[in-house]
Design a protein around this ligand. Structure first.
Ligand code: AMP
Length: 284
C-alpha cells in the first residue's frame, strides 16, 4: 500500500501495535535495486509488518550536490516492494516531512546532531551537515513508524555507525539490523548513483572494490601495518579517478588505525566521471 501522509502511517501502526505485531522499517531514498531489496527481504522475514520509506531527503544533500537529479522511480519502487511483501511504502513529500515555508536548515528546524568525532572524518569531511540531515530524518521516521527493527546497509558504514550511536545515546527503542553489502558480479557495490555511470565509467569504478579486496587479501596473508597495506592500492588508480579518501578505521567508533586488526574497516571514496562513489570492507 502506497501512502503519502504521516497520519495514514500512524493509523496503520496503531492497528498493528494493538494486534501485538512487530514492525520493521527500511528507510531509503528510492531508485530501489537489489541492495535495498536484500534489506527489505530481511525485514519481511524477521518482522510481522514492514514499512519501506522512499524519501529523497533534501536536508542531507549539501549545496551543489545531486538533489534535483537524484533518480526518482516511485512506480517501480512500489512494484518491487509489493512483490517483496512490504505492507506500507511511505513516500512523503518534503512538505509533509518538514512543513511549508520553512528553510530546511538547522537555523529553522529542530535537528539531531551526531557527535563531531563521528562526522569530522570520511564522508562527513566533504559533506558538511550531511549526517545531521540523516540523523534528523531517521529520527523523524522512527517517531512516525515506531519500528521494533530498522534495517540499514553496511554499504553506508559511517551512517550505520552514527545511527547506532544515535539510538544508544537517545535511548530510542529500536534495534538496528546491519545488512551486508550487495555487489554486482564484477565486485561493484550496488548504488542508486551507479545510474549516473556509463559502461566505461563502470569499468573504472571497479577500482574501489579491487583496492578493498586486494587490501583484505594482503591482511589475510598477515600484513597489518597500514602503510604496507595501502602500497599497492594506488596502482589501481589512473587519470579516471579522483581519490577522496582511503582510510583504516575502527568498526565501532571510527578511530583511525595505524595497524589493522579484525575490528578494522577500510573505507574508500573516489570520483569517477565526477560521480562520487563509496565502498568499504571489514577485515575480519
Ligand atoms: P539509500 O537509498 O541509498 O539511502 O539507501 C537506503 C539503504 O539501503 C541504506 O541503509 C543503504 O546502506 C542500503 N544500501 C544501499 N545500497 C546497498 C548495497 N549495495 N548493499 C546493501 N545495502 C545497501
Amino acid at each position: 500500500m502506497l501512502v503519502h501522509t504521516i497520519a495514514e502511517v500512524r493509523e496503520k501502526i496503531k492497528e498493528w501495535k494493538k494486534e501485538g505485531l512487530t514492525v520493521g522499517l527500511v528507510p531509503t531514498m528510492g531508485a530501489l535495486h537489489s541492495g535495498h531489496k536484500s534489506l527489505i527481504e530481511k525485514s519481511v522475514e524477521k518482522c510481522d509488518r514492514t514499512v519501506v520509506s522512499v524519501f529523497v531527503n533534501p536536508i542531507q544533500f549539501c549545496p551543489g550536490e545531486d538533489l534535483e537529479k537524484y533518480p526518482r522511480t516511485l512506480e517501480a519502487d512500489e512494484k518491487l516492494c509489493t512483490e517483496a511483501g512490504v505492507d506500507i511504502v511511505f513516500a512523503p513529500s518534503p512538505k509533509e516531512m518538514y512543513g511549508e515555508g520553512h528553510i530546511m536548515s538547522s537555523d529553522f528546524l529542530t535537528y539531531v546532531i551526531p557527535p563531531y568525532f563521528y562526522v569530522d572524518k570520511l564522508c562527513g569531511k566533504s559533506r558538511t551537515g550531511h549526517f545531521d540531515g540523516v540523523c534528523t530524518v531517521v529520527n523523524k521516521l522512527f517517531n512516525i513508524v515506531q519500528p521494533d527493527f530498522a534495517f540499514f546497509g553496511e554499504k553506508d558504514r559511517q551512517q550505520l555507525i552514527i545511527l547506532k550511536k544515535m539510538v544508544k545515546d537517545l535511548n530510542i527503542p529500536v534495534e538496528i539490523v546491519p545488512c551486508p553489502i550487495i555487489r554486482e558480479e564484477s565486485g561493484l557495490a550496488l548504488s542508486s548513483r551507479n545510474k549516473y555511470l556509463s559502461e566505461e565509467d563502470k569499468k573504472h569504478a571497479l577500482a574501489l572494490s579491487k583496492i578493498l579486496f586486494n587490501i583484505k587479501a594482503c591482511y589475510d596473508k598477515g600484513i597489518n601495518d597500514v602503510s604496507s597495506l595501502t602500497e599497492t592500492a594506488y596502482s589501481y588508480l589512473s587519470e579516471h579517478h579522483e581519490l577522496e579518501y582511503l582510510e583504516f578505521r575502527d568498526a565501532d567508533d571510527l578511530e583511525e588505525k595505524v595497524n589493522a586488526d579484525d575490528n578494522t574497516i577500510v573505507f574508500i571514496a573516489l570520483k569517477v566521471a565526477n560521480v562520487r562513489l563509496i565502498d568499504n570492507i571489514a577485515l575480519r
